[in-house]
Design a protein around this ligand. Sequence first.
Ligand code: CMX
Length: 433
Amino acid sequence: MILHEKISAQLPEWRSRVTKLVKEHGNAKIGDVTVGQIYGGMRSVKALVTDISYVDPNHGIRFRGHAIPDVLERLPNPDGAEMPYVGGLYYLLMTGEFPTKEEAEAVEAEWAKHADLPAHVFNTLRAMPKDTHPMALFAIGVLALQGESRFAKRYAEGMNKMEYWEPALEDAIALTAKLPVLAAFIYRLKYKDGSEPKYDPSMDYGANFARMIGVETPGYADLARLYFILHSDHESGNVSAHTMHLVGSALSDPYYAFSAAMDGLAGPLHGLANQEALGFLISVRDHFGGVPTDEQLRQFAWDTLNSGQVIPGYGHAVLRVPDPRYVAQFEFAKKHFPDDELFRVAQMMYEVIPGVLNEQGKAKNPWPNVDAISGTLQNYYGVTEFDFYTVLFGVGRALGVTANYVWARALGQPIERPKSLTTKMLEDAVEGE
Ligand code: CMX
């Protein structure tokens, strides 16, 4: 299998780099931790390592060192498509190299082999109450697949730790292969006829997803490709990525770890902000009967802030500029449907909200994040059920977190276990300062 061959060839050098670094510089200090950071969600504490992606506060995400426009330009596209193969992005995340078209297609072919869901997954989800949130169904569906884990089986048989990454990679591929089918089934179960989707091996990942949720409008397969690529990874400290890493560090297999990660993505301050953001846009549009003036929107935003709520889709823990994932989606909408009413509301938000947040003076970053506009694009193509949007985020996020899982096992990252203190200890530590 192509990713196995590539990683296998790269591994000796990576292992010796890490071993050398830790052996020769294990006591070197990278930063200090303040009391404010301990109480403040560990913001900016440098305590994780990943080579899959990096978020530069002033430039945004770099996938394996490459900015989004570069990634979209250099990854190969399916014939006639505007956006690249998602399988090509997975190759880049896993190996750090841009694939040829054949290599991207080899990853896509691998996915096609593993895409089918066992019957009990469909049945488990059918047994859930109708009003279960799609993210709960998604996490349950993933957990219901756990029995398929090669990692768990090999571990139970007594596996050498140098081999952990191999069944981890098999699980990563099988899991990411199944997610579009799982997501499409949840969509059909919640909002359509509840029939079981079937992956078509003659189509790529993005086109398959578009077909399985029943959106055949030209352009939507490209949006699906773009969406999964943009949401794939955002370094290691965000809630979903960190959860995957933490749970995986106990050698829980990728199914357990990813299901837990999705529970974190389902929070409104993280992935669920995409459903909240579209809800906000719609309430603005409905309140004003269309696109508001900037003065009207300013007042609406202030009313929201004064009632103790956040403006969803704005702000970020690391970024200090408009999120390039927002910019890429904005450009897509501008090209394909510049006159769409909700897109025009989103544009007005971009003009007004940063000023309001700056005036309020609390948010460190007043700019839009990935979630501010993603629902607008889905809505345009008829995917109007916005409680489904975080599931789409989850399908994309799987690409990054599973690549991280494989490399964490390959490089022998140990169980994660930071140290806790008590408030009294902190008070004693600062006494006399
Ligand atoms: N609207 C209102 N207030 C905001 C705000 C926003 N969009 N963004 C930040 N603030 C407030 C915070 O709530 C905080 O207030 P308190 O001091 O009263 O607690 C203050 O500004 C400082 O926050 P910060 O340091 O700038 O931001 P954090 O790192 O603590 O939080 C985030 C980051 C994303 C949770 C926050 O900006 C937010 O709640 N945004 C809205 C929700 C959202 O869009 N989340 C999606 C993020 C991307 C993703 O993970 O999917």
